[in-house]
Design a protein around this ligand. Structure first.
Ligand code: FAD
Length: 412
């Protein structure tokens, strides 16, 4: 039995010092763990070594991931029908397990749920009826000239009197028709493969520029995609631009009227940041487990690595970061599902804590593996690359920290 399996037996749980999960939640977490171990981990490893074009080719194993995840029945629709507190705990367990398997694929599966999840969050019946539960979705908010500016939807991190350049994407609303022109950034997760986009962009109703959130079926005439993005980490996650050339649809597809944009953006950023907290606790756990097992296998200095006090101290440091990330992420997810209004400050805290922990724990794991850690023969260098991307993903941690800090301060 491996050292990790031993620890799981001793604590009675795969997710650390876990109390009172209940039979059903444990069963579902176990099922998702098996899916992660048998499907996500091996496929994520393969996709990491493929070109971005190969990742989305018709014969790519990526499609198996989406198809087989759909078979697990964990869609936004299924979660929306559960008791909110149960759904929050389950979401936290499921996304930790998915990212334990492969962080980029976990993000792809999570981003896929955004359009329908937002439709449920705003109880938009038209969207709930018109977005198929298993469709691949995305959240298209960032633009080539507006990355942090879009994540900072209410300008909390902007300079006094800030002047922004023209938006790259504008939805013009006239009567009951919306016409979209422009593009979203190459960073849109699932941008190259999504069937529906939750599009957050500028809008023009004839009274100057505002902002709006809507869902856009991406098979409409005038939609095209950019070149798949080639990047350092989360290479299994397909990303790329979406272009809109006079794309026309009815105002039924608006998530909410433009007046509500800041509320919609806050709700979505809260959900996304809490999700990032859950997923990257999973990456941190994967790195910790690999280091724990390796420390029991590798001999140096007359004994196994794990016999050296310095190695034990490092392992404890990794373990406590995993526990702290998971605890905060689950707390933020539960609060934001069951309480109103949602606390973006909690979700931001969870996102920053987990992604920084993921990066630090993956870095410590790589150190534990010594030179082996640097090679592609071992899995830790990939985890470090995957974690690095998360410090920028869904709002860079710097900008999120400014936003979160601003929420704690009462301005004069
Ligand atoms: C893996 C990954 C997945 C992503 N998924 C999506 C997605 O699904 N949909 C989507 O729309 N976007 C997505 N993004 C985009 C992501 O939200 C942006 O990359 C992020 O908001 C930063 O924007 P930027 O890259 O344009 O950097 P910039 O905004 O150009 O920022 C550059 C640097 O300047 C700092 N900075 C910028 N503005 C300020 C400020 N006001 N105060 C202080 N510092 C500042 C930033 O912290 C950063 O360090 C993803 C990104 C990554 C890496």
């Amino acid at each position: 039995m491996s050292a990790t399996q031993n620890l799981i037996e001793e604590l009675g749980s795969r997710t650390g010092i876990e109390a009172g999960l209940g039979e059903e939640a444990t069963m579902i977490a176990d099922m998702v763990h098996r899916f992660s171990a048998d499907v996500l981990r091996p496929i994520g490893k393969k996709l990491d070594r493929m070109s971005p074009e190969e990742v989305i080719a018709s014969d790519s194993p990526l499609w198996d991931v989406h198809r087989r995840f759909a078979e697990l029945g964990m869609s936004s629709a299924a979660l929306a029908e559960m008791d909110p507190a149960e759904a929050a705990i389950l979401t936290s367990l499921v996304f930790e397990e998915l990212a334990w398997g492969d962080p980029g694929l976990a993000v792809s599966l999570g981003a896929s749920m955004v359009p329908l999840r937002m439709a449920y969050a705003f109880n938009n019946k038209f969207l709930i009826e018109n977005i198929p539960p298993e469709a691949i979705g995305c959240w298209a908010i960032c633009e080539p000239d507006h990355g942090s500016d879009m994540a900072d939807y209410d300008g909390q991190a902007s300079l006094p009197g800030a002047q922004y350049s023209r938006p790259n994407c504008i939805a013009t609303i006239s009567g009951d028709t919306v016409t979209i022109n422009g593009q979203k950034a190459a960073w849109v997760s699932n941008g190259t493969i999504a069937e529906y986009a939750a599009l957050f962009c500028a809008c023009d109703r004839g009274n100057g520029l505002e902002k709006v959130a809507l869902v856009v079926p991406l098979d409409l005439e005038g939609v095209s995609r950019g070149k798949p993005l080639d990047k350092l980490g989360q290479r299994a996650l397909p990303q790329g631009e979406i272009f809109f050339d006079n794309v026309t649809l009815s105002t039924d597809w608006l998530l909410a009227p433009p007046e509500m944009y800041n509320t919609v953006a806050r709700v979505q950023l809260t959900d996304a940041n809490a999700g990032m907290g859950m997923m990257f606790a999973g990456l941190a756990r994967a790195a910790f487990e690999l280091a724990l097992d390796y420390a029991h296998e590798r001999k140096q200095g007359g004994g196994y690595l794990v016999q050296h006090p310095g190695v034990r101290a490092r392992l404890l440091d990794m373990f406590r970061q995993v526990e702290a990330s998971r605890a905060l992420a689950r707390r933020a997810g539960l609060f934001n599902t069951t309480e109103k209004p949602k606390a973006l400050v909690g979700a931001i805290s969870a996102k920053i804590t987990s992604t920084q922990a993921a990066f630090d724990v993956a870095n410590d794991a790589l150190q534990m593996f010594g030179g082996n850690g640097l090679t592609k023969e071992y899995p830790v260098e990939k985890l470090l690359r995957d974690a690095r991307a998360a410090l920028i993903e869904d709002g860079s941690n710097d900008v999120l920290a400014i936003k979160g800090g601003s929420m704690l301060v009462q301005e004069e």
